[in-house]
Design a protein around this ligand. Sequence first.
Ligand code: SAH
Length: 366
Amino acid sequence: MPAPGELVFESPKRGKPPTHFLDLSVAQRKEALIAMGMPGFRADQISRHVFEHLETDIGQWSDIPDSAKLQIGSELFPKILDPVRSIECDNGETVKTLWKLHDGSLVESVLMRYPSRVTICISSQAGCGMNCPFCATGQAGLTRNLSSAEIFGQVLAGAQSLARNEIAGGPGRVSNIVFMGMGEPMANYAAVMGAVHRIVDPSPSGLGLSARGVTVSTVGLVPKMRKLATEGLPLTLAVSLHAPDNELRNTLVPINTRWSVEEVLDAAWEYADVTKRRVSIEYALIRDINDQAERAKLLAKRLQGKLVHVNLIPLNPTPGSKWTASRPEDERAFVRILKSEGIQVTVRDTRGSEIDGACGQLAALD
Ligand code: SAH
Protein backbone atom coordinates (compact mmCIF):
# COMPACT_ATOMS: atom_id res chain seq x y z
CA MET A 1 0.00 0.00 0.00
CA PRO A 2 2.61 2.64 0.87
CA ALA A 3 4.46 4.11 -2.10
CA PRO A 4 8.22 3.53 -2.29
CA GLY A 5 10.03 5.73 0.17
CA GLU A 6 7.11 6.04 2.54
CA LEU A 7 7.56 5.40 6.20
CA VAL A 8 6.84 1.68 6.69
CA PHE A 9 7.79 -0.87 9.27
CA GLU A 10 8.39 -4.58 8.87
CA SER A 11 6.47 -6.89 11.14
CA PRO A 12 8.32 -9.83 12.69
CA LYS A 13 5.13 -11.83 13.37
CA ARG A 14 4.02 -14.58 10.97
CA GLY A 15 0.57 -15.97 10.25
CA LYS A 16 -1.96 -13.63 11.76
CA PRO A 17 -1.28 -10.13 10.47
CA PRO A 18 -0.37 -7.38 12.96
CA THR A 19 -3.17 -5.02 13.92
CA HIS A 20 -3.29 -1.97 11.68
CA PHE A 21 -5.07 1.37 11.97
CA LEU A 22 -7.33 0.19 9.10
CA ASP A 23 -8.58 -2.68 11.29
CA LEU A 24 -10.00 -0.28 13.86
CA SER A 25 -13.42 1.28 14.33
CA VAL A 26 -13.54 4.97 15.22
CA ALA A 27 -13.83 4.17 18.94
CA GLN A 28 -10.94 1.68 18.76
CA ARG A 29 -8.73 4.22 16.96
CA LYS A 30 -9.17 6.68 19.80
CA GLU A 31 -8.52 3.98 22.43
CA ALA A 32 -5.37 2.90 20.60
CA LEU A 33 -3.96 6.43 20.54
CA ILE A 34 -4.77 6.99 24.21
CA ALA A 35 -3.18 3.63 25.08
CA MET A 36 -0.03 4.89 23.34
CA GLY A 37 -0.03 7.92 25.66
CA MET A 38 -1.22 10.34 22.97
CA PRO A 39 -4.24 12.62 22.92
CA GLY A 40 -7.39 10.96 21.57
CA PHE A 41 -7.91 13.64 18.94
CA ARG A 42 -4.87 12.31 17.06
CA ALA A 43 -7.12 9.44 15.94
CA ASP A 44 -9.39 11.88 14.16
CA GLN A 45 -6.44 13.69 12.59
CA ILE A 46 -5.05 10.40 11.29
CA SER A 47 -8.47 9.31 10.03
CA ARG A 48 -8.73 12.53 8.01
CA HIS A 49 -5.34 11.97 6.42
CA VAL A 50 -6.13 8.39 5.51
CA PHE A 51 -9.82 8.40 4.58
CA GLU A 52 -10.36 11.98 3.41
CA HIS A 53 -7.05 12.69 1.70
CA LEU A 54 -5.93 9.08 1.02
CA GLU A 55 -2.56 10.09 2.45
CA THR A 56 -0.79 7.16 4.10
CA ASP A 57 2.69 8.69 3.95
CA ILE A 58 3.15 9.61 7.60
CA GLY A 59 5.91 12.02 6.65
CA GLN A 60 3.27 14.22 4.99
CA TRP A 61 1.08 14.60 8.10
CA SER A 62 2.03 18.14 9.04
CA ASP A 63 -0.32 18.37 12.04
CA ILE A 64 1.30 15.40 13.83
CA PRO A 65 4.51 16.13 15.75
CA ASP A 66 7.58 14.38 14.38
CA SER A 67 8.20 12.88 17.80
CA ALA A 68 4.87 11.00 17.58
CA LYS A 69 5.22 9.83 13.99
CA LEU A 70 7.71 7.05 14.64
CA GLN A 71 5.55 5.46 17.31
CA ILE A 72 2.35 5.83 15.26
CA GLY A 73 4.10 4.28 12.28
CA SER A 74 5.54 1.32 14.11
CA GLU A 75 2.46 0.54 16.22
CA LEU A 76 -0.43 1.38 13.91
CA PHE A 77 0.90 1.30 10.34
CA PRO A 78 2.86 -1.94 9.98
CA LYS A 79 3.50 -2.99 6.40
CA ILE A 80 0.68 -5.37 5.52
CA LEU A 81 0.35 -5.27 1.72
CA ASP A 82 3.42 -5.22 -0.47
CA PRO A 83 2.81 -4.82 -4.20
CA VAL A 84 4.75 -7.54 -6.05
CA ARG A 85 3.66 -6.54 -9.55
CA SER A 86 0.82 -5.12 -11.58
CA ILE A 87 -0.20 -6.20 -15.05
CA GLU A 88 -2.48 -4.27 -17.35
CA CYS A 89 -4.73 -4.75 -20.33
CA ASP A 90 -7.45 -2.71 -22.07
CA ASN A 91 -4.89 0.10 -22.61
CA GLY A 92 -4.28 0.34 -18.90
CA GLU A 93 -7.93 0.51 -17.89
CA THR A 94 -7.78 -2.95 -16.32
CA VAL A 95 -5.00 -3.49 -13.79
CA LYS A 96 -4.41 -6.67 -11.81
CA THR A 97 -2.14 -6.33 -8.77
CA LEU A 98 -0.41 -9.16 -6.95
CA TRP A 99 0.09 -8.44 -3.24
CA LYS A 100 2.42 -10.14 -0.80
CA LEU A 101 1.11 -10.20 2.76
CA HIS A 102 3.38 -9.92 5.80
CA ASP A 103 3.75 -13.71 6.07
CA GLY A 104 4.42 -14.26 2.37
CA SER A 105 0.83 -15.21 1.43
CA LEU A 106 -0.21 -13.88 -1.97
CA VAL A 107 -3.51 -12.34 -3.07
CA GLU A 108 -4.72 -10.41 -6.09
CA SER A 109 -7.04 -7.48 -6.75
CA VAL A 110 -8.29 -6.12 -10.08
CA LEU A 111 -9.19 -2.53 -10.92
CA MET A 112 -11.50 -2.04 -13.90
CA ARG A 113 -12.23 1.37 -15.35
CA TYR A 114 -15.38 1.83 -17.42
CA PRO A 115 -16.69 5.04 -19.01
CA SER A 116 -18.96 5.84 -16.07
CA ARG A 117 -17.55 3.87 -13.15
CA VAL A 118 -14.47 2.29 -11.61
CA THR A 119 -14.85 -1.13 -10.03
CA ILE A 120 -12.29 -2.77 -7.78
CA CYS A 121 -12.51 -6.53 -7.33
CA ILE A 122 -10.91 -7.51 -4.01
CA SER A 123 -9.85 -10.69 -2.22
CA SER A 124 -11.10 -11.64 1.23
CA GLN A 125 -8.99 -14.78 1.77
CA ALA A 126 -5.63 -16.09 0.58
CA GLY A 127 -6.89 -19.06 -1.43
CA CYS A 128 -10.37 -20.45 -0.85
CA GLY A 129 -11.79 -23.48 0.92
CA MET A 130 -14.93 -23.89 -1.20
CA ASN A 131 -13.28 -26.11 -3.81
CA CYS A 132 -15.49 -25.28 -6.81
CA PRO A 133 -13.88 -27.35 -9.60
CA PHE A 134 -14.15 -24.65 -12.32
CA CYS A 135 -12.45 -21.91 -10.26
CA ALA A 136 -8.66 -21.48 -10.21
CA THR A 137 -8.62 -20.01 -6.70
CA GLY A 138 -10.23 -23.09 -5.19
CA GLN A 139 -7.66 -25.52 -6.54
CA ALA A 140 -4.93 -24.74 -4.01
CA GLY A 141 -7.27 -24.64 -0.99
CA LEU A 142 -7.43 -22.04 1.76
CA THR A 143 -4.24 -20.50 3.15
CA ARG A 144 -5.83 -18.06 5.59
CA ASN A 145 -8.39 -15.35 6.19
CA LEU A 146 -7.35 -11.78 5.47
CA SER A 147 -7.72 -9.10 8.15
CA SER A 148 -9.99 -6.08 7.61
CA ALA A 149 -6.91 -3.97 6.94
CA GLU A 150 -5.58 -6.40 4.34
CA ILE A 151 -8.96 -6.41 2.60
CA PHE A 152 -9.59 -2.67 2.83
CA GLY A 153 -5.96 -1.94 1.95
CA GLN A 154 -6.64 -3.25 -1.58
CA VAL A 155 -9.43 -0.67 -1.93
CA LEU A 156 -7.33 2.15 -0.50
CA ALA A 157 -4.42 1.35 -2.80
CA GLY A 158 -6.73 1.44 -5.82
CA ALA A 159 -8.29 4.73 -4.67
CA GLN A 160 -4.80 6.18 -4.21
CA SER A 161 -3.57 5.19 -7.66
CA LEU A 162 -6.73 6.65 -9.22
CA ALA A 163 -6.39 9.90 -7.29
CA ARG A 164 -2.71 10.15 -8.21
CA ASN A 165 -3.49 9.81 -11.92
CA GLU A 166 -1.67 6.48 -12.17
CA ILE A 167 -4.53 4.75 -14.03
CA ALA A 168 -5.22 5.38 -17.74
CA GLY A 169 -8.10 7.79 -18.22
CA GLY A 170 -7.04 10.55 -15.84
CA PRO A 171 -7.56 11.12 -12.12
CA GLY A 172 -10.61 9.36 -10.79
CA ARG A 173 -12.46 7.84 -7.88
CA VAL A 174 -13.60 4.35 -7.00
CA SER A 175 -17.34 3.87 -7.42
CA ASN A 176 -17.89 0.13 -7.00
CA ILE A 177 -16.32 -2.58 -4.90
CA VAL A 178 -16.96 -6.26 -5.56
CA PHE A 179 -15.95 -9.03 -3.15
CA MET A 180 -15.35 -11.31 -6.12
CA GLY A 181 -11.62 -11.82 -5.90
CA MET A 182 -10.00 -14.70 -4.08
CA GLY A 183 -11.88 -16.29 -1.21
CA GLU A 184 -15.38 -16.75 0.14
CA PRO A 185 -16.29 -13.51 1.93
CA MET A 186 -19.02 -15.10 4.06
CA ALA A 187 -16.42 -17.54 5.46
CA ASN A 188 -14.47 -14.54 6.81
CA TYR A 189 -17.49 -12.60 7.97
CA ALA A 190 -16.17 -10.35 10.75
CA ALA A 191 -13.12 -9.13 8.82
CA VAL A 192 -15.19 -8.57 5.69
CA MET A 193 -17.72 -6.49 7.64
CA GLY A 194 -14.88 -4.44 9.13
CA ALA A 195 -13.63 -3.73 5.61
CA VAL A 196 -17.18 -2.94 4.44
CA HIS A 197 -17.48 -0.35 7.22
CA ARG A 198 -14.19 1.28 6.22
CA ILE A 199 -15.57 1.43 2.64
CA VAL A 200 -19.06 2.81 3.35
CA ASP A 201 -18.86 4.69 6.66
CA PRO A 202 -18.94 8.46 6.11
CA SER A 203 -15.63 10.27 6.01
CA PRO A 204 -13.48 10.43 8.09
CA SER A 205 -14.63 7.13 9.64
CA GLY A 206 -14.39 5.52 6.22
CA LEU A 207 -14.31 6.37 2.52
CA GLY A 208 -18.03 7.11 2.39
CA LEU A 209 -18.77 5.07 -0.74
CA SER A 210 -22.38 4.09 -1.38
CA ALA A 211 -23.29 0.69 0.12
CA ARG A 212 -25.30 0.03 -3.04
CA GLY A 213 -22.06 0.03 -4.97
CA VAL A 214 -20.58 -2.72 -2.78
CA THR A 215 -21.32 -6.29 -3.86
CA VAL A 216 -20.69 -9.28 -1.61
CA SER A 217 -20.61 -12.52 -3.57
CA THR A 218 -21.15 -15.88 -1.88
CA VAL A 219 -21.38 -19.58 -2.70
CA GLY A 220 -24.38 -19.62 -0.35
CA LEU A 221 -23.33 -19.85 3.30
CA VAL A 222 -26.93 -19.54 4.47
CA PRO A 223 -26.49 -18.52 8.15
CA LYS A 224 -24.10 -15.73 7.11
CA MET A 225 -26.41 -14.56 4.32
CA ARG A 226 -29.17 -14.25 6.92
CA LYS A 227 -26.82 -12.38 9.22
CA LEU A 228 -25.84 -9.99 6.43
CA ALA A 229 -29.52 -9.10 6.02
CA THR A 230 -29.55 -7.81 9.61
CA GLU A 231 -26.60 -5.41 9.24
CA GLY A 232 -28.77 -2.50 8.15
CA LEU A 233 -26.64 -1.85 5.08
CA PRO A 234 -28.07 -1.88 1.54
CA LEU A 235 -25.17 -3.89 0.13
CA THR A 236 -25.72 -5.82 -3.09
CA LEU A 237 -25.77 -9.58 -2.52
CA ALA A 238 -24.60 -11.86 -5.32
CA VAL A 239 -25.17 -15.61 -5.11
CA SER A 240 -22.99 -17.97 -7.14
CA LEU A 241 -25.69 -20.43 -8.16
CA HIS A 242 -24.34 -22.00 -11.39
CA ALA A 243 -27.05 -24.69 -11.44
CA PRO A 244 -30.78 -24.67 -10.63
CA ASP A 245 -30.86 -28.33 -9.50
CA ASN A 246 -29.14 -29.89 -6.51
CA GLU A 247 -27.75 -32.85 -8.41
CA LEU A 248 -25.58 -30.68 -10.65
CA ARG A 249 -24.93 -27.95 -8.07
CA ASN A 250 -23.54 -30.55 -5.65
CA THR A 251 -20.74 -31.12 -8.14
CA LEU A 252 -20.14 -27.49 -9.23
CA VAL A 253 -20.41 -25.83 -5.81
CA PRO A 254 -19.63 -28.61 -3.30
CA ILE A 255 -20.96 -26.66 -0.27
CA ASN A 256 -24.40 -27.26 -1.84
CA THR A 257 -24.44 -30.63 -0.07
CA ARG A 258 -24.65 -28.58 3.17
CA TRP A 259 -27.06 -25.83 2.00
CA SER A 260 -29.25 -26.77 -0.95
CA VAL A 261 -30.42 -24.62 -3.86
CA GLU A 262 -33.79 -24.16 -2.11
CA GLU A 263 -32.18 -23.04 1.18
CA VAL A 264 -29.75 -20.69 -0.57
CA LEU A 265 -32.51 -19.07 -2.63
CA ASP A 266 -34.77 -18.74 0.44
CA ALA A 267 -31.98 -16.85 2.21
CA ALA A 268 -31.49 -14.69 -0.90
CA TRP A 269 -35.20 -13.77 -0.99
CA GLU A 270 -35.10 -12.95 2.70
CA TYR A 271 -32.15 -10.65 1.98
CA ALA A 272 -34.14 -8.95 -0.80
CA ASP A 273 -37.19 -8.58 1.47
CA VAL A 274 -35.26 -7.04 4.33
CA THR A 275 -32.95 -4.76 2.34
CA LYS A 276 -35.21 -4.09 -0.68
CA ARG A 277 -32.12 -4.78 -2.75
CA ARG A 278 -32.28 -6.79 -5.94
CA VAL A 279 -30.22 -9.96 -5.55
CA SER A 280 -27.77 -10.94 -8.25
CA ILE A 281 -27.59 -14.59 -9.33
CA GLU A 282 -24.25 -15.53 -10.86
CA TYR A 283 -24.27 -18.35 -13.34
CA ALA A 284 -21.09 -19.34 -15.17
CA LEU A 285 -22.12 -20.90 -18.48
CA ILE A 286 -20.16 -24.13 -18.93
CA ARG A 287 -20.46 -25.94 -22.28
CA ASP A 288 -22.76 -28.96 -22.11
CA ILE A 289 -22.62 -28.95 -18.29
CA ASN A 290 -25.18 -26.37 -17.11
CA ASP A 291 -26.20 -24.54 -20.30
CA GLN A 292 -29.10 -26.72 -21.54
CA ALA A 293 -32.52 -25.24 -22.31
CA GLU A 294 -34.14 -27.36 -19.58
CA ARG A 295 -31.82 -25.82 -16.99
CA ALA A 296 -32.64 -22.32 -18.22
CA LYS A 297 -36.33 -23.15 -17.80
CA LEU A 298 -35.84 -24.59 -14.31
CA LEU A 299 -33.74 -21.56 -13.33
CA ALA A 300 -36.47 -19.22 -14.58
CA LYS A 301 -39.09 -21.17 -12.61
CA ARG A 302 -37.09 -20.86 -9.39
CA LEU A 303 -36.55 -17.11 -9.83
CA GLN A 304 -40.04 -16.23 -11.05
CA GLY A 305 -41.55 -13.13 -9.44
CA LYS A 306 -38.52 -12.38 -7.26
CA LEU A 307 -36.42 -9.21 -6.91
CA VAL A 308 -33.56 -10.72 -8.87
CA HIS A 309 -31.18 -10.23 -11.76
CA VAL A 310 -29.19 -13.00 -13.45
CA ASN A 311 -25.58 -12.38 -14.36
CA LEU A 312 -24.39 -14.99 -16.84
CA ILE A 313 -20.61 -15.37 -16.92
CA PRO A 314 -19.05 -17.08 -19.94
CA LEU A 315 -16.72 -19.60 -18.27
CA ASN A 316 -13.18 -18.27 -18.12
CA PRO A 317 -10.48 -20.84 -18.78
CA THR A 318 -8.48 -22.11 -15.81
CA PRO A 319 -5.35 -24.29 -15.88
CA GLY A 320 -6.03 -28.02 -16.13
CA SER A 321 -9.79 -27.67 -16.44
CA LYS A 322 -11.52 -29.74 -19.11
CA TRP A 323 -14.45 -27.35 -19.16
CA THR A 324 -14.96 -24.48 -21.51
CA ALA A 325 -17.43 -21.66 -22.21
CA SER A 326 -20.78 -22.40 -23.82
CA ARG A 327 -21.26 -22.21 -27.58
CA PRO A 328 -22.54 -18.75 -28.60
CA GLU A 329 -25.84 -20.25 -29.81
CA ASP A 330 -26.39 -22.03 -26.48
CA GLU A 331 -25.59 -18.85 -24.57
CA ARG A 332 -28.08 -16.92 -26.74
CA ALA A 333 -30.77 -19.57 -26.20
CA PHE A 334 -30.18 -19.49 -22.43
CA VAL A 335 -30.59 -15.69 -22.39
CA ARG A 336 -33.69 -15.90 -24.59
CA ILE A 337 -35.43 -18.42 -22.34
CA LEU A 338 -34.78 -16.39 -19.21
CA LYS A 339 -36.00 -13.20 -20.89
CA SER A 340 -39.12 -14.87 -22.24
CA GLU A 341 -39.94 -15.89 -18.66
CA GLY A 342 -39.59 -12.27 -17.56
CA ILE A 343 -36.27 -12.71 -15.75
CA GLN A 344 -33.81 -9.81 -15.98
CA VAL A 345 -30.52 -11.07 -17.35
CA THR A 346 -27.18 -9.71 -18.55
CA VAL A 347 -24.04 -11.44 -19.79
CA ARG A 348 -20.98 -10.29 -17.87
CA ASP A 349 -18.03 -9.05 -19.86
CA THR A 350 -14.86 -11.05 -19.51
CA ARG A 351 -12.69 -8.08 -18.51
CA GLY A 352 -9.20 -9.11 -17.60
CA SER A 353 -9.28 -12.62 -19.03
CA GLU A 354 -6.12 -12.04 -21.06
CA ILE A 355 -4.21 -11.25 -17.86
CA ASP A 356 -5.88 -14.10 -15.91
CA GLY A 357 -7.72 -11.43 -13.98
CA ALA A 358 -11.28 -12.44 -14.80
CA CYS A 359 -13.77 -14.32 -12.60
CA GLY A 360 -12.34 -17.54 -11.27
CA GLN A 361 -8.85 -16.95 -12.66
CA LEU A 362 -7.16 -15.40 -9.63
CA ALA A 363 -4.60 -17.86 -8.37
CA ALA A 364 -1.84 -15.52 -7.16
CA LEU A 365 1.05 -17.42 -8.68
CA ASP A 366 4.36 -15.77 -8.01
N1 SAH B 1 -16.45 -17.19 -3.28
C1 SAH B 1 -17.34 -16.16 -3.74
C2 SAH B 1 -16.58 -15.00 -4.29
C3 SAH B 1 -15.86 -15.30 -5.60
S1 SAH B 1 -16.71 -14.44 -6.79
C4 SAH B 1 -18.31 -16.73 -4.72
O1 SAH B 1 -18.09 -17.84 -5.20
O2 SAH B 1 -19.34 -16.11 -4.97
C5 SAH B 1 -16.15 -15.03 -8.22
C6 SAH B 1 -17.30 -15.38 -9.15
O3 SAH B 1 -16.73 -15.94 -10.32
C7 SAH B 1 -18.19 -16.46 -8.55
O4 SAH B 1 -19.51 -16.34 -9.00
C8 SAH B 1 -17.56 -17.69 -9.13
O5 SAH B 1 -18.41 -18.80 -9.10
C9 SAH B 1 -17.25 -17.23 -10.53
N2 SAH B 1 -16.24 -18.05 -11.19
C10 SAH B 1 -15.34 -18.85 -10.61
N3 SAH B 1 -14.59 -19.46 -11.55
C11 SAH B 1 -15.03 -19.02 -12.73
C12 SAH B 1 -14.61 -19.27 -14.07
N4 SAH B 1 -13.63 -20.09 -14.35
N5 SAH B 1 -15.29 -18.62 -15.04
C13 SAH B 1 -16.29 -17.76 -14.76
N6 SAH B 1 -16.70 -17.49 -13.52
C14 SAH B 1 -16.08 -18.11 -12.51
